[in-house]
Design a protein around this ligand. Structure first.
Ligand code: DOR
Ligand code: ZN
Length: 352
């Protein structure tokens, strides 16, 4: 393998899956994502969730207000699907450019998903509308059946729900979010251009052993949970494959440190602060730095029918130590303590 370059220039990447939260946490994390990415698909799993055009417009204003002056960042909002959501609300929001996509959480699959979808059969009219108007459907692909082992829930979702859904609605544009298994990577690679997948930095770096290394490690707990090593290697192969069906989506999901380090700790990894550095490290380790730009900055916009960013970023090959904790103050001076992904590690790349 040849020596890595001293620097790397890429089109500014976008994050096709992020949790920006609300209130003090939004103030703390929105500038962090905006420092790295040009645009981001913002998840709607607030409490209460974003289910109307009006709620999305108000949330967009709160996101923009949390950014520093002159930030060129564009939040792309999503609608949270419930059993009873009105397809006309989705169609109207999409036509107005307020909603970029819909997010499907199976009810009780993850954080703030209790209002999610209990049965896909209830959403036939919604899926018909999305198919007709070309609005992407973003899926948290895990079954919620507690009889199914948590490490198998993604693979079982494919056969029980995803494959039948795609057969019923062949025109539907779907993103299988934050895939974690070899089965998901193979299914997406073997499907047509209407199915894509996002891959997180953490699922490229950790396997399930990280959760238990020397004790219980809540900072590595997220959903879908990290799987065995062979799945991590399959995700790496998919990410560097050059197949435009796989693109960047961090699933950065911050929770305050006290909520992670609790008797019942929250799922979510806060990877936004060093996200592009983390992906660069994984691609370098695979000898595929030349494929990073397409994965991070080209395939996502292509799937969403948007132009790639014109602006460029530079990654400098200069080691940086990731702090153990980040303390952010919101506008009201309220302190938020967060543990970043790669805490305490040296990363070889730094965003200039
Ligand atoms: O780990 C996760 N955290 N997975 C999700 O699906 C949701 C997210 C969150 O909102 O905290
Ligand atoms: Zn997510």
């Amino acid at each position: 393998m040849s020596a890595p370059p001293a620097q790397l220039s890429l089109r500014r990447p976008d994050d096709w899956h992020v949790h920006l939260r609300d209130g003090a946490l939004l103030q703390a994390v929105a500038p962090v994502t905006a420092a790295q990415f040009g645009r981001a698909i913002v998840m709607p799993n607030l409490s209460p969730p974003i289910t109307t055009v009006a709620a999305a417009q108000a949330y967009r204003q709160r996101i923009l207000a949390a950014l520093p002056d002159g930030s060129g960042f564009t939040p792309l909002l999503t609608a949270y699907l419930t059993d009873t959501i009105d397809p006309a609300e989705l169609e109207g929001g999409f036509a107005e450019g307020v909603f970029t996509a819909c997010k499907l959480y199976p009810a009780n699959a993850t954080t703030n998903s209790a209002a999610g979808v209990s049965d896909l059969a209830k959403l036939t009219a919604v899926f018909e509308t999305l198919e007709r108007i070309g609005m992407p459907l973003l899926i948290h692909g895990e079954v919620t059946d507690t009889e199914i082992d948590i490490f198998d829930r993604e693979a079982v979702f494919i056969e029980r729900h995803l494959q039948p859904l795609l057969l019923r609605h062949p025109g539907l544009k779907v993103v299988f979010e934050h895939i974690t298994t070899a089965e998901a990577a193979a299914f997406v690679a073997g499907s047509g251009p209407n199915l894509a997948a996002t891959i997180t930095p953490h699922h490229l770096h950790i396997n399930r052993n990280a959760l238990f290394r020397g004790g219980l490690r809540p900072d590595f707990y997220c959903l879908p949970v990290a799987k065995r090593e062979h799945h991590r290697l399959a995700l790496r192969a998919a990410a560097i494959s050059g197949d435009p069906s796989f693109f960047l989506g961090t699933d950065s999901a911050p929770h305050p440190r006290h909520a992670k380090e609790a008797a019942c700790g929250c799922a979510g990894i806060f990877n936004a602060p060093y996200a592009i550095e983390s992906y660069a490290l994984a691609f370098e380790q695979e000898g595929a730095l030349d494929r990073l730009e397409a994965f991070a900055s080209e395939f996502g916009p292509r799937f969403y029918g948007l132009s790639p960013n014109e602006e460029r970023i530079t990654l400098v090959r200069e080691a940086q130590l990731v702090p153990a904790r980040l303390h952010r103050n919101d506008a009201a001076g309220e302190a938020v303590e967060l543990v970043p992904f790669h805490a305490g590690e040296l990363l070889p790349w730094r965003l200039a």
